[in-house]
Design a protein around this ligand. Structure first.
Ligand SMILES: Nc1ncnc2c1ncn2[C@@H]1O[C@H](COP(=O)(O)OP(=O)(O)OP(=O)(O)O)[C@@H](O)[C@H]1O
Ligand SMILES: [Mg+2]
Length: 390
C-alpha cells in the first residue's frame, strides 16, 4: 500500500498563481508528504514524465503549447500507467468530463482547490488508476475484427472506417481502427491530427516485437473509447506488411478493444488475406456507379474464396454525388452475390472544409450521411451482420 509513503506528483500548469496555490495546499495540508514538481508547458511535462516515474499528474488542459482535449490525450498516451487528474475551470467542466470518459482518473475545479482534501483526492485517483490497471491486465478482451476493402482505390473506404469507428465507440464500445497501409495513410488527415506514432514503428521490427505495450503506445486517442493506429505519414516510413506482422498485430489488437476495424489496401496481398481470414466480417466498399460495379464484381470471387464463412462478406455502397440513377441496392446485391449493409449518401461538403478532429458522424449526427453510418454500425455489430432487405 502506498498510503503513508511520499506521493510524487507532476503539476503541468502555466499560471504561476494557480501553481503556487496548489503547492501551498499540498504542503500545508497535513497527512503524508507530497513531492510536487511544477512545469509550465506540455513539452516540459512530457520530458519529465519520460525521466521520472511520478505517481500522478495534475494537468491543466490549456497550456501555451497545447489546448483542450488534445493536452489530455497526449499525456494519457505518454503516461498510460499514471493517475492523470485534470484541472479545469467551471466553464470547462464538459471538457473535463470528456477527459474522464477517455480515461482521466479525476478532475478538479481550480476554484475549489483551497480544499485541504486535495492530497486525499490525488491519493484516491492514484489508487483508482492502480485498480483500473490491475483490472485491465486481468480482463483480456477478445474483440471482433471487421475488415474493409475498397473495390478499387479512392472509393471512400477510409472515410467509412473512421466514421464507423467513432459511431461504434459512441455506442459505448472500445474501438481500435487500424490503417494497415504499407504506404501513405490518410486516417491522420481525415481526423486533422498529427500522430506521435504510427504503424511504421511496429512494422520496422520482427513480428515478436509487436507486443501489447508496443501497440498500445502507438495508438492515438480520439476520445470516448475510439483509438486509431494511423498509417505511415512520411515516405521514409513506408514499409511492406508481412503476413506474420498482420497476424501478430491483430492478435494484440483483439485483446485491447471490443471492435477492431481494419482499413486494408484495395489490392490483395498475402497480409490482406490474413486479415480477411481473421475477420468476423469483411465489407467491400463500392462506389455506386458502373465502374464501381465492375470493380466489385471482379473482386468478389477472390474475396468469397478467402472469407471464413459465406455470410461473412457484404458491401457498402457509396453515393458520392446526389441524384444517382444507377442500380438499386437489391439489384447491386444480386449482381454481386452478397448482402448490402447500407448506401452512404454524399458527404463531400461535410468533410471538405472541416478542421475538426471529430468525424462528421459525431459532429453532425443528424445529417443523412451520419444517420447511415450509425445504421451500418448497428447492422455490423448485431451479431451476424444484418443486411438491407433484398
Ligand atoms: N460519402 C461520400 N460522399 C462524397 N465524397 C466522399 C464520400 N466518402 C468519401 N468521399 C471522398 O472520396 C475521397 C476518397 O475518400 P477516402 O480517402 O475515404 O477513400 P479511400 O477509398 O480510402 O481511398 P484510398 O484508396 O486512397 O485509400 C475523399 O475526397 C473523400 O472526401
Ligand atoms: Mg484509404
Amino acid at each position: 500500500m502506498q498510503q503513508e509513503s511520499e506521493l510524487s506528483v507532476l503539476l503541468i500548469e502555466d499560471e504561476p498563481d494557480a501553481a503556487r496555490l496548489i503547492q501551498h495546499v499540498l504542503t500545508k495540508g497535513g497527512g503524508a508528504p507530497v513531492a510536487l514538481e511544477w512545469v509550465g508547458d506540455l513539452r516540459s511535462g512530457i520530458e519529465r514524465l519520460a525521466e521520472r516515474s511520478f505517481q500522478a499528474v495534475l494537468l491543466d488542459l490549456n497550456l501555451p503549447d497545447s489546448s483542450g482535449f488534445e493536452t489530455f490525450a497526449c499525456v494519457r498516451q505518454k503516461a498510460p500507467d499514471r493517475a492523470v487528474i485534470v484541472l479545469t475551470g467551471h466553464e470547462d467542466e464538459d471538457l473535463a468530463l470528456q477527459a474522464v470518459r477517455a480515461g482521466a482518473d479525476e478532475y478538479l475545479i481550480k476554484s475549489d482547490i483551497r480544499d485541504r482534501f486535495l492530497a486525499q483526492r490525488i491519493r484516491y485517483a492514484v489508487e483508482r488508476s492502480r485498480l483500473k490497471r490491475q483490472g485491465s491486465e486481468k480482463a483480456v478482451k477478445s474483440g471482433k475484427i471487421f475488415s474493409f476493402i475498397g473495390a478499387k482505390g479512392g472509393v471512400g473506404t477510409t472515410t467509412l472506417v473512421v466514421n464507423l469507428a467513432a459511431a461504434l465507440a459512441k455506442g459505448g464500445k472500445t474501438v481500435i481502427a487500424i490503417e494497415l497501409m504499407p504506404e501513405y495513410g490518410s486516417f491522420a488527415t481525415l481526423l486533422n491530427h498529427t500522430p506521435s506514432w504510427d504503424i511504421s514503428t511496429l512494422l520496422r521490427g520482427a513480428p515478436e516485437t509487436i507486443s501489447r505495450e508496443a501497440v498500445a503506445s502507438c495508438l492515438e486517442e480520439f476520445g470516448g473509447g475510439f483509438r486509431a493506429l494511423c498509417g505511415p505519414q512520411r515516405p521514409e516510413d513506408y514499409h511492406p506488411v508481412s503476413t506474420e506482422q498482420a497476424r501478430a498485430l491483430l492478435g494484440v489488437a483483439r485483446a485491447l478493444a471490443d471492435y477492431i476495424l481494419v482499413d486494408v489496401p484495395s489490392i490483395f496481398a498475402p497480409s490482406i488475406e490474413e486479415v480477411i481470414q481473421h475477420s468476423s466480417f469483411t465489407t467491400l466498399v463500392v462506389e455506386r456507379n458502373r465502374i464501381g460495379l465492375h470493380a466489385a464484381k471482379a473482386k468478389m470471387p477472390a474475396l468469397q474464396a478467402i472469407v471464413a464463412r459465406p455470410g461473412a462478406v457484404g458491401a457498402v455502397l457509396i453515393n458520392k454525388t446526389p441524384f444517382i440513377e444507377f442500380l438499386t441496392p437489391p439489384e447491386f446485391s444480386k449482381r454481386l452475390g452478397c448482402g448490402i449493409l447500407g448506401v452512404v449518401p454524399p458527404a463531400a461538403d461535410l468533410q471538405a472544409g472541416s478542421e475538426s478532429q471529430v468525424p462528421p458522424v459525431l459532429s453532425h449526427p443528424d445529417m443523412p450521411f451520419s444517420q447511415t453510418i450509425q445504421d451500418v454500425a448497428r447492422r455490423l455489430s448485431s451479431g451476424p451482420a444484418r443486411f438491407l432487405a433484398a
